[in-house]
Design a binder for this molecule. Sequence first.
Ligand code: NAD
Ligand code: GLY
Length: 380
Amino acid sequence: MHTKTLKVNVTLAREKTHYQIHVGGGLLSEAGGITRQALGSQSRRTAVVSNRRVFDLYGAKLIGSLRSNGFQITSWLMGDGERFKSLGTAEKALQFFSNAGLERTDAVIALGGGVVGDLAGFAAATYLRGIPLIHVPTTVTAQIDSAIGGKTGVNLPHSKNAIGSFHQPKAVIIDVETIETLPRRELVGGWCEAVKNGAISGRKLFEQTVTFLSQKQSIASPQLPGLIKSHCEFKAGIVAGDERESAMRTDKQSRRVLNFGHTIGHALEAVTNYKRFRHGEAVGHGMHVAAEISKSMGLLAASELKLLCDGINLCGPLPPADDLDPNEILRLTQADKKRVSGNVQWVLLEEIGRPRIVADQEIPRRLIRDAVRRGLKSTC
Ligand code: NAD
Ligand code: GLY
């Protein structure tokens, strides 16, 4: 089904440029034209980076559209999974670009979820000191978050996203129909990230998101492109205001607010050796804990906590977390990569849509531990 293409501008004052996010159903068949428009007539070649699963589903359509717009195409498939978001994989991608003779005017096209996008983006950022990049995200998480804003990177063995670079894409092409083939748990995790965006961005996006989820609309719903567009607008606004995530900012428009639910989320992933939770599922639990802390500190009303919990529940079932040791989880929060001057910065809530960044030392330890215990109960 082809729907009208919706567009969102991402303005980058620091780089004195902008790019467009294109959102629609059936947009893969227009990806070649959009890419040509974004790269200009000089561009000859593109390297499509994907993984086997996504490439088998969507590679042919994308490549057909690129070819009919005059591009020569070469493709390279990486392994599927977070463990392949590594320096070793990046080196293989870079070697492939070099062997294929990619030049500075050629481009990398990332077709896949956040793992493919982050890895391909990092390779594009570093090959010949940076060549053009187009994102074609195929998961909810990638469509509403990772493909927008220029963060690219790879993991170190015990440190997620420890190596990376800002490299903004020339365009983002979102075919919302691609999420129809997502496994159920990937959808649950993606919707948790959508509820997170809503919870920190003003009530309207939160309500739009929970309305969509509560109507149990099929993925093919006509409401979907509009919902994804609203999330892209939110992310684009945050990125425009804080392109490089200034470490010292603690205001509500800071890019750091996107970390809501992530302090506990990352600790849950680490304590279970990245095996039990999809990232978004861990963030689902993490939002509940952050909201419990907010309530215990007198920042958040019980009714707002309930609204948030209802939103998280609508995403689908989360793997249980109530068997995990709160002390161990708290210890792991101290490894949070977003510490400032040795302090974890918690993103808390004053109400749905109003985040507040609070330094760890301002919150009693016991209050956090009790909130972790309550927040990790299997039901929100
Ligand atoms: P993912 O990329 O691992 O994709 C999840 C699974 O879905 C994979 O097995 C993938 O092959 C499969 N898949 C992807 N699209 C599919 C489709 N349309 N149909 C069927 N299967 C499909 O996971 P993700 O949640 O998209 O991304 C997580 C990654 O994104 C993490 O590495 C995280 O650090 C990163 N991330 C980055 C940013 C950023 O700003 N750069 C933001 C958020 C997350
Ligand atoms: N996903 C967090 C960010 O883009 O800043």
